[in-house]
Design a protein around this ligand. Structure first.
Ligand code: ADP
Ligand code: MG
Length: 340
């Protein structure tokens, strides 16, 4: 076999670089929802509204009442590797925000028709930036930001073909908001689809939010988890064995407010149920791990759904211990942990 003909090395055009990067970050409408809600929360929003058309394929609009973006920074927000969240390696090693890679808006803009409407807190007017044309003009809005994403993957039909039905995409979008909602009970969330109100979760206590999102049953059939050791704190609720499900779809784990799928936490939680659950029964839980940010690396995966702990044994032991402790509390005490 002869080697393929040699082709010259070229630098790729910016647009193509963004589209390649978008492949990692934007898999489907729900990925866009996740990134935009992340941004709203990072901006200090107290209310986030998500509006969708056709499961997010035709439109994803996320509105917040956060700090907003200054007029002169609007074009920067769309540039790759442009971020207000970190500025140095030291910042990266102790990230406290959801975002920090400065990639999402650039990636989304490269595979959709996007616009940014924002009014900085204290500014006299809002400005609207059309990502495709670059046109920037004054517009009307109260303080905060609205990001509109239309016709996702319209320019990349190959990607568009991978999308499922609107109903399936909608379910994924809703799941993305649900994960955020469980992390931030202090923030109100509203979801609209095709002009109809789908969910409305008002700001309140963590217990209230768990009941609103997962149902009163979850609260009644779970016990409070509360455990602190060294640089670690674990809170949340663990379902009683009777509440176990056949699928592992109600296992919500958070690290410093970020929803994660983490083998260490999943395994530790499962092992706490070792003698309580048999066969394929899957425990339900919502666990919130708080850890010194320098002891966890969140820059492992473009979507940040995976993290790496500096000392995973320490985390495993703490989670297992926290859940075991909660499950072994005497019945009377269990009842007392139930919110009124
Ligand atoms: P990252 O979140 O990693 O910084 P993004 O591409 O998601 O990267 O956003 C780029 C920048 O745009 C952010 O750092 C932030 O300054 C600004 N931004 C994006 N969305 C919002 C928002 N909803 N409110 C205020 N600022 C925003
Ligand atoms: Mg972001």
């Amino acid at each position: 076999l002869s080697p393929p003909p040699r082709r010259p090395i070229r630098e790729l055009p910016d647009e193509l670089v963004s589209q390649i990067a978008a492949g990692e970050v934007v898999e489907r409408p729900a990925s866009v929802v996740r990134e935009l809600v992340d941004n709203a929360l990072d901006a200090g929003a107290s209310q986030v509204t998500v509006r969708l058309l056709a499961g997010g394929v035709r439109l994803i609009c996320v509105e917040d009442d956060g700090g907003g973006i200054a007029r002169e920074e609007l074009p920067l927000a769309l540039k790759r590797h442009a971020t207000s969240k970190i500025g140095s390696l030291a910042d990266l090693e102790s990230v406290a925000t959801m975002g920090f890679r400065g990639e999402a808006l650039a990636a989304i803009a490269s595979v959709s028709e996007m616009s940014l409407l924002s009014r900085e807190q204290g500014a006299a007017t809002a400005f609207l930036l059309d990502a495709s044309s670059g046109e920037l003009r004054p517009a009307a809005r109260s303080a905060g930001t609205t990001v509109e994403v239309k016709e996702l993957f319209f320019s990349t039909p190959a990607r568009r073909k991978f999308l499922k039905t609107d109903a399936t995409e909608m379910a994924h979008c809703l799941e993305a908001v649900r994960r955020h909602a469980l992390a931030r009970p202090d923030v109100g969330f509203t979801v609209w689809h095709e002009g109809k109100l789908v969910e409305q979760w008002r700001a309140g206590t963590r217990e209230q939010r768990l009941a609103d999102v997962l149902g009163e049953d979850f609260l009644e059939q779970s016990v409070a988890v509360e455990h602190a050791i060294g640089p670690l704190r674990i809170r949340g609720r663990a379902g009683i064995p009777d509440a176990a499900r056949s699928r592992a779809d109600w296992q919500f784990a958070y690290v410093n407010g970020r929803y994660v799928r983490d083998k260490v936490i999943t395994h530790a939680a499962r092992s706490a149920y070792e003698d309580l659950l048999h066969g394929n029964r899957q425990p339900v839980y919502a666990l919130y791990v708080e850890i010194d940010p320098t002891r966890v690396d969140v820059n492992v995966h473009p979507t940040k759904i995976e993290v790496r702990f500096r000392d995973s044994r320490e985390v495993h032991q703490a989670v297992r211990h926290a859940v075991e402790g909660a499950l072994s509390a005497p019945r009377a005490a269990l009842a007392a942990t139930r919110p009124v």
